[in-house]
Design a protein around this ligand. Structure first.
Ligand code: ATP
Length: 323
């Protein structure tokens, strides 16, 4: 069945998260972001550092309250859940964090870290012990190391502990917030492949937040590109990488290192001029305009709407009107 005929598992609608800075200024970390995620898929959320990826993820799990807009999970507004529904939501939706050093409590043993969620959900002690052992085996860790503390593990192993903790409550949807960017390159592929396998075995749905476009290409079914708090492009992975439309996406993709020297020669790297501007009190225009080599007068006056240019492929760029 095509995605369009199904009900999305997650719906993010006109989501805004503004942080007050000083007396009169607002930092628009996320500004009118809308997208859907369907059951069983992996959606990649990409963009340069500071474009609002993590803030979007945090709003989706209620670590941040949105300034405006809504997030629906399984058709329900996550800010309007009953106590029982809230408990279920906390179980069904989990997050894996970027920094496996900061995200694990250094005073807790692996047994306590991985078993915490199970304890909160009323699982008997004996059962917790067995489940923690199974979970450690699932993520490729030695079950005899349950009494050890996080500092006794390497970065990759700690991220595996974080993944075991997320899996412990049998989630449906996991927000993976840059899960491999703090790890050695040699370990990154192992963790990514493990996430892929777990998805297949457990029918998981992922939002995969990252700035590494090669990794996102490898793991995602669809990709959403953000720039300075807004979505500039969204498409199925193959379509996005082979037929990017937004000048920002084109520039980002042109910067991916190419292993094949012939292809590398043929691919022109598109430079992005200037620095990423401040998200504080941004002007009501295309946020990319001042760095875009194709910008016209209109781009400096009007916010482009995110519109479908062909089935499943959305772009927020005034240049699309001229095509
Ligand atoms: N709690 C906060 N208070 C004030 N500003 C914040 C807060 N959290 C994030 N920001 C700002 O919001 C913007 C978006 O940050 P966010 O972490 O969501 O971006 P990101 O794309 O995930 O970047 P990174 O890849 O570096 O984590 C940045 O300008 C950041 O400084």
């Amino acid at each position: 069945m095509e995605n369009k005929e199904k009900q999305p598992l997650v719906q993010v609608k006109h989501l805004c998260k503004y942080f007050k800075v000083g007396r009169h200024a607002e930092l628009k970390a996320v500004d009118d972001v809308t997208f859907d995620i369907y059951k069983g898929e992996t959606v990649g959320l990409v963009g340069e550092s500071g474009c609002g990826k993590s803030t979007t993820g945090r709003c989706m799990i209620r670590l941040y309250e949105p300034t405006k807009g809504e997030v629906f999970y399984d058709g329900k507004d996550i800010t309007k859940l009953s106590k029982a529904e809230q408990k279920k939501f906390c179980q069904k939706v989990q997050m894996i964090f970027q920094n496996p050093y900061a995200s694990l409590n250094s005073r807790m043993t692996v047994r306590e870290i991985v078993g915490e969620g199970l304890k909160q959900h009323g699982t008997p002690k004996k059962e917790i012990e067995k489940r923690v052992q199974e979970l450690l085996e699932t993520v490729g860790l030695n079950k005899d190391h349950m009494s050890r503390f996080p500092h006794e593990f390497s970065g990759g192993q700690r991220q595996r502990i974080g993944i075991a903790r997320a899996l412990s409550v049998d989630p449906e949807f996991i927000i993976c917030d840059e899960p491999i960017s703090a790890l050695d390159v040699s370990i990154q592929a192992q963790v990514i492949n493990m996430l892929k396998d777990l998805q297949e075995q457990r029918g998981l749905t992922y939002l995969f937040v990252a700035h590494d476009l090669s990794v996102v290409k490898y793991i995602s079914d669809r990709v959403i590109v953000m720039y300075l708090g807004m979505v500039v492009e969204e498409a199925e992975t193959e379509e996005l990488y082979s037929n990017p439309q937004h000048p920002y996406t084109k520039a980002l993709l042109s910067a991916i290192p190419e292993a094949d020297p012939d292809k590398a020669k043929a691919n022109r790297r598109i430079p992005i001029k200037g620095e990423i501007p401040s998200p504080i009190n941004p002007k009501a225009c295309c946020r990319f305009a001042e760095r875009c080599e194709y910008a016209t007068e209109r781009c400096f006056k009007e916010v482009p709407e995110l519109r479908e240019v062909c089935p499943g492929h959305k772009v927020a760029c005034h240049l699309m009107d001229e095509k």
